[in-house]
Structure formats: C-alpha cells, structure tokens
Design a protein around this ligand. Structure first.
Ligand SMILES: [Fe+2]
Length: 187
C-alpha cells in the first residue's frame, strides 16, 4: 500500500480536515489523467459540479485508482480525529461513491455539502498544470487547499465547499468520493 503521512488542518473551532501528499509516480499520475480524459462528461452539468463529470460509480468501472482508494480507506479507518466515530459500535468506514471531475476555463463548482448521507468525503488532485484554482471550504474565514498533484484532502461531509471559476487554459482534474460509516451489525 502507498505509505502516507497525515496532516491535520483546523479550519474553524468545530471542524478539522486532514490531508496527505501521496507518493505516486509520474507514470501512474499520467495513467490517472489518461483514464479521466477518456471518460468525458456524463452529468451534463446537472450537478453542483459545472465541469465535465463522470458517473458517480466510476470506481466500479476501473481499478486504475485502487491504490489511491485503498490509501484513503486506510486513512479514514486509522486516523484519529474527533469527527470520526472511532470504534463506535465497532463499525468501519467504507467508500461509497467515487467520481472524476475535469475542469477547463470557465468551469467551477457551486458551494455545496455532501451530507447527510455520507460521513466523510475526499478530493484527490490528479492534474493542475499552471491552473492553481483551489478547493475552498467556507467558514467565518474561507480555508483554501491548493490543488497539489498527489494530495488527498479528507473532510467531514457536512462542510460547505466550492471551486471558483477556472481562469487558466489548463485542465484541473480531481477524483472525489464519499465515505459512509457502516456499524458492525450492518456489515
Ligand atoms: Fe463536493
């Protein structure tokens, strides 16, 4: 499995986010980009994501992102932070949906949350070139994550976030997903 180090960011008095820069080779990143480029748009900009967006279930159509998803799953299950219900009813966190979003000039994502049906959500940055449009969490003060390639950001699904309009000519590609908590008696 990919080795990772988790860093915690406190974005307001109540909410923490954790993130990690995954050690992924350039060739693997290139394969992530190639797959996303072939996937195209499936949602016709009918979701909050006003960019090319895949099916919600893209992770069931390919195993190309499995190394990233395995690391995310491990992180959520093994990182201690107060918004994760560790050992509550002995359950586990499981990835539920995963999708791709490819932004080009003029694209953006409206402010939204992923709750309440999921507990945690993640964004993994695949490509940005010179496009540094951040992922922004709203709060008393906005909290910005630069789209560093290879970085995964994991956050409580109730946090409102958005992506501002892309001003640059380069693509910005992310893999994103939701994570649910499954109590032990429902596994
Ligand atoms: Fe989102």
């Amino acid at each position: 499995m990919i080795e990772y180090t988790v860093t915690e960011a406190k974005i307001n008095t109540a909410s923490k986010i954790f993130y990690s820069d995954l050690n992924i080779s350039n060739s693997e990143i290139q394969s992530f980009i190639s797959f996303a480029n072939k996937t195209g748009d499936y949602q016709n900009r009918k979701t909050n994501v006003k960019a090319d967006m895949s099916e919600w279930s893209i992770w069931t159509k390919t195993n190309i992102y499995d190394s990233v998803l395995e690391a995310v799953s491990d992180m959520v299950n093994n990182t201690t932070t107060d918004w994760l219900m560790k050992d509550y009813n002995g359950g586990v966190y499981k990835i539920k949906n995963v999708w791709l979003a490819t932004y080009r000039k003029g694209d953006y994502t409206k402010a939204h949350t992923h709750g309440p049906e999921s507990w945690a959500s993640f964004v993994f940055f695949i490509k940005n070139d010179d496009n540094n449009t951040p992922l922004i969490f709203k709060g008393l003060q906005d909290y910005l994550f630069e789209p560093v390639v290879g970085r995964v950001v994991i956050f409580p699904s109730y946090l409102e976030h958005y992506v501002p309009v892309i001003e640059s000519d380069s693509e910005r590609i992310v893999l994103a997903g939701n994570i649910v908590y499954v109590p032990s008696n429902k596994e």
